[in-house]
Design a protein around this ligand. Structure first.
Ligand code: AHG
Ligand code: MN
Ligand code: MN
Length: 359
């Protein structure tokens, strides 16, 4: 076995797959490597962002009506172009696109599905604060020759692999194929991701909670009680958890996974037509939820594990409590006890597809 210093991401993925599935064809391995390569290209651009004229907002809005940053578009294109022609994917879906992204007819279709948030926390780019990329990989389940919406709208439980890249003081790629969570740091001098964090586990004792406290006036009673509880967590005489909030989910999640804690982006009752909060189920919550569970943690919408939710549309949003499982379970408890009204409205939104099917 080589020393950790020599373990590149490619070698790690290959060896892990050989062990888990000796008969595997290696397609998933190659797909993860394609993503690692996209990450290096995006990392190069994010670190040069202040030098080239790529900073600032583009004039377009994405499907959520938010202003897209130029780097959003760049990262979106890089990931698409690195993966459209390889024959490994049958369809893709990105946070930045309204519809599924088909594989162009001239290229072969493969057996995997890629969902991604190309640049997470992009409002932080202009001020030189960490951003990230999030991805999830599913298997094709539709019967047709090409991929379909059905392939993308799968519950997180059937995910095959997930990961993220943090573009911070150094660039890190973290991934799981279901055998634990492994982290790699990019060595820019050789252009390789080198194993730096093997088999990451969320610490049992937490240090941090992360929430946008500026939204407090919209919070439900359950979330208010929960955050108060986090502030006094270990009882009288002990130190409360520290609050940390970068505003890039990937970076906030990454810190809490390594140091212990919980990230919270709740739903609220500010608008009863929109009780789901901000984050996206497919592009953010499911991939990170899978990683959290693989690291011994949990991810919930306040009611059930996010991995058990069946998405009914690409842009579905979801409340998110993610990190240390004791802290996530406590959130569920507070919401059960105090937020009956919100829960009823939220469940109707979440379970829309099931209601439609029953009609
Ligand atoms: P994105 O840049 O992909 O749109 O995601 C931004 C998300 C997430 O990264 C972050 O944690 C959250 O938005 C911050 O939202 P607030 O500014 O409302 O706290
Ligand atoms: Mn995002
Ligand atoms: Mn994004």
């Amino acid at each position: 076995m080589p020393s950790a210093a020599l373990m590149t991401i490619e070698r790690h993925i290959l060896e892990a797959q050989k062990e888990a599935a000796p008969q595997a064809t290696g397609v998933l391995t190659q797909l993860l490597y394609d993503i690692a390569l996209s990450a290096k290209i995006i990392a190069r651009e994010t670190t040069r962002a202040g030098l080239v004229n790529i900073l600032g907002s583009a004039d377009t809005k994405n499907v959520y009506g938010e202003q897209q940053q130029k780097l959003d578009i760049f990262a979106n294109d890089v990931i698409f172009k690195m993966n459209d022609h390889t024959g490994r994917l049958c369809v893709m879906a990105s946070e930045e696109n309204e519809d599924i992204i088909p594989i162009p007819e001239r290229f072969e279709c493969g057996k995997y599905v890629l969902v991604y948030d190309p640049l997470d926390g992009s409002s932080n780019v202009d001020v030189n604060v960490s951003v990230g990329t999030i991805f999830g990989i599913f298997r094709k389940i539709s019967n047709g020759p090409r991929g379909a919406l059905e392939d993308v709208l799968q519950a997180g439980r059937s995910i095959a692999a997930a990961g993220y890249i943090v573009y911070g003081p150094s660039t890190m790629m973290v991934y799981t194929v279901g055998d634990g969570v492994h982290g790699f740091t990019l060595d820019p001098s050789v252009g390789e991701f080198i194993l730096s964090h093997e088999n990451i586990k969320i610490p049992a004792k937490s240090k941090y909670y992360s929430v946008n406290q500026g939204n407090e006036k919209y919070w439900t009673p359950g979330v208010r009680h929960y955050v108060k509880w986090l502030q006094g967590i270990y009882g009288e005489g002990s130190k409360p958890l520290s609050q940390r909030y970068i505003g890039s989910l990937v970076a906030d999640f990454h810190r809490n996974m390594l140091n212990g804690g919980v990230y919270v982006y709740p739903g609220d009752l500010n608008d009863p037509n929109d009780p789901c909060g901000k984050l996206r189920l497919l592009f953010e919550a499911i991939p990170l939820g899978y990683i959290a569970e693989q690291a011994g943690g949990a991810a919930s919408d306040g009611d059930m594990p996010v991995l058990d939710i069946v998405p009914h549309k690409l842009q579905q949003r979801v409340p998110l409590f993610i990190g240390n499982s004791e802290l996530v379970n406590k959130a569920n408890q507070f919401i059960r006890d105090y937020d009956r009204e919100w829960l009823e409205i939220y469940r109707t939104h979440r379970d829309q597809q099931k209601l439609v099917n029953r009609e």
